[in-house]
Design a protein around this ligand. Structure first.
Ligand code: PFF
Length: 457
């Protein structure tokens, strides 16, 4: 049997299903799925609002206790079945659970449709930075590019790139893109963090970002927000990690991969904050950040870059390119969830499935490209509520329905990790359903409020 660390010259496994070419390729593709707009757009904002350093500790604890076990659960289902979400859930839990698989596909479809709109903004900002800088009032600029024809155009460009890569398959499309793009993203981000440390506002920025405050942690909304952020950021609760693991060989070490992917995702989010806040503090824009996550990233930051002159422009371009790259590798996984399910269920070719579904998603994305309210509503429903329902379902299926979960998790694990498997199974069975159940309750209440606000105006 081929070692997972070696190049796999064939792109197909024994059953005719594609496999990853290298272990690094899989890890980078999974990190690519996890690292995206969620890390750079939402994390630093949620952290600074949620209690700074105290929030970070809560977040790391959530990743360790909920995120990694849930990721392992998804990996186990994918690697055992070698099927995409619908077929995989059917195989491990029976036909009664198929709706859960369908929910994953629907969530991927909806999340990508609005995610690609925001990604389109990052493309637009990168290009405008290169062509002429971020001149003018950043608020007015944002309004002019965020919705309408411009937004639709950039959204469609982004979707075209995504579809083109996914059409090429797992090894030649997604894996190759991850191997090229992820190192670029890491390098840019590290470079930016080092540069940001030299800014006059660096100290103040770090203090604003990390000032520990315990009061916020007592607020249940902060807790459930942190959990929701963790699921979204780790790409959990919608079958993305399940799908990627379905292209793994049977002997890969799931435990190690889950820890690597989760830690990398957290580190990128943390470092993004180390870039964002010094820049904002250097220009005394802290007060603007409290207004919205969109505001922090797409209005305050370009304003700050512009005010810094030539160097600000270069740094700004790099920042938005890094965002676009992160968004692209995440979008690949979203389209892959939908595409692979349709390939498996309807037995049509990858090219047709990726193209047909991609076009449909792009068409639905025109709605959030025309209205920020619609975008916000889709994020609240698909990007939060559906994700939490999906995570809850996964915990129940893996904890209570799927046979021999411990055996699956132990397969390929090093002896050091094997010892932790019973603990992980305990967490999936007993702790995850309770914690995710609480988060789900708050998500339902919040979604009702959001829907009411949307229709009442
Ligand atoms: N994890 C991505 C981010 O943080 O931006 C978003 C995402 C991608 C969520 C893929 C879910 C998913 F399946």
């Amino acid at each position: 049997m081929a070692q997972p660390t070696k190049m796999n010259p064939k792109s197909q496994g024994s059953g005719g299903r594609e496999v990853w070419g290298t272990r690094l390729g899989f890890v980078l593709a999974a990190v690519g799925s996890a690292v995206g707009l969620g890390n750079m757009w939402r994390f630093s904002y949620v952290a600074s609002e949620g209690g700074g350093a105290a929030f970070l500790i809560l977040y790391v604890a959530l990743i360790a206790l909920i995120g990694i076990p849930l990721m392992l659960a998804e990996f186990s289902v994918g690697r055992r079945t070698h099927l995409s979400p619908i077929g995989a859930i059917r195989q491990v839990a029976g036909s009664r659970w198929v709706p859960l698989g369908v929910l994953y596909v629907l969530t991927g479809f909806l999340v990508l449709s609005y995610y690609a709109v925001i990604a389109g903004w990052t493309l637009r900002y990168s290009l405008d930075g290169i062509l002429g800088g971020f001149a003018g009032d950043p608020g007015v600029y944002f309004e002019s590019v965020a919705t309408g024809w411009d937004a639709i155009a950039y959204h469609l460009v982004f979707m075209t790139i995504t579809i083109g890569i996914v059409m090429n398959g797992v090894q030649r499309g997604i894996e190759r893109a991850a191997l090229i793009l992820m190192p670029i993203l890491f390098l840019i981000l590290l470079g930016l963090a080092v540069w940001a440390a030299t800014l006059p506002g660096a100290r103040e920025g770090y203090a604003f970002y990390l000032q520990p405050s315990l009061a916020e942690l007592m607020d249940p909304a902060v807790l459930t927000g942190a959990a929701g952020q963790a699921f979204f950021s780790l790409s959990l609760g919608m079958g993305a990690m399940l799908t990627f693991a379905s292209y793994l060989s049977r002997d890969s070490d799931l435990n190690q991969e889950a820890v690597t992917v989760s830690l990398s995702d957290f580190l990128v989010a943390f470092i993004a904050g180390l870039v964002v806040f010094p820049v904002i503090a250097a220009l005394g824009l802290q007060d603007q950040v409290g207004e919205s996550a969109v505001g922090a990233l797409f209005i305050s930051l370009p304003g700050a870059f512009e005010a810094m002159g030539g160097i600000g422009r270069i740094v700004g371009i790099l920042f938005f390119v890094a965002l676009a790259v992160g968004a692209l590798t995440s979008a690949l996984s979203l389209l892959e969830v939908v595409t692979s399910s349709i390939i498996d269920e309807l037995r049509i070719s990858r090219r047709k499935a990726a193209l047909g579904l991609g076009v449909l998603i792009a068409a639905v994305g025109i709605i959030p490209a025309l209205s920020l309210d619609a975008l916000g509503l889709m994020d609240a429903i698909a990007g939060e509520l559906f994700l939490v329902i999906g995570a809850f379902g996964m915990a129940i299926v893996v904890g209570w329905v799927m046979p021999n979960v411990a055996g699956e998790m132990k397969r390929g694990a090093s002896p050091a990790f094997e010892r932790y498997v019973p603990g992980v199974v305990f967490l999936v069975r007993y702790v995850l359903p309770v914690v995710i159940g609480i988060v789900l309750w708050f998500s339902i209440l919040e979604t009702i409020e959001n829907v009411q606000a949307f229709f009442v105006g």
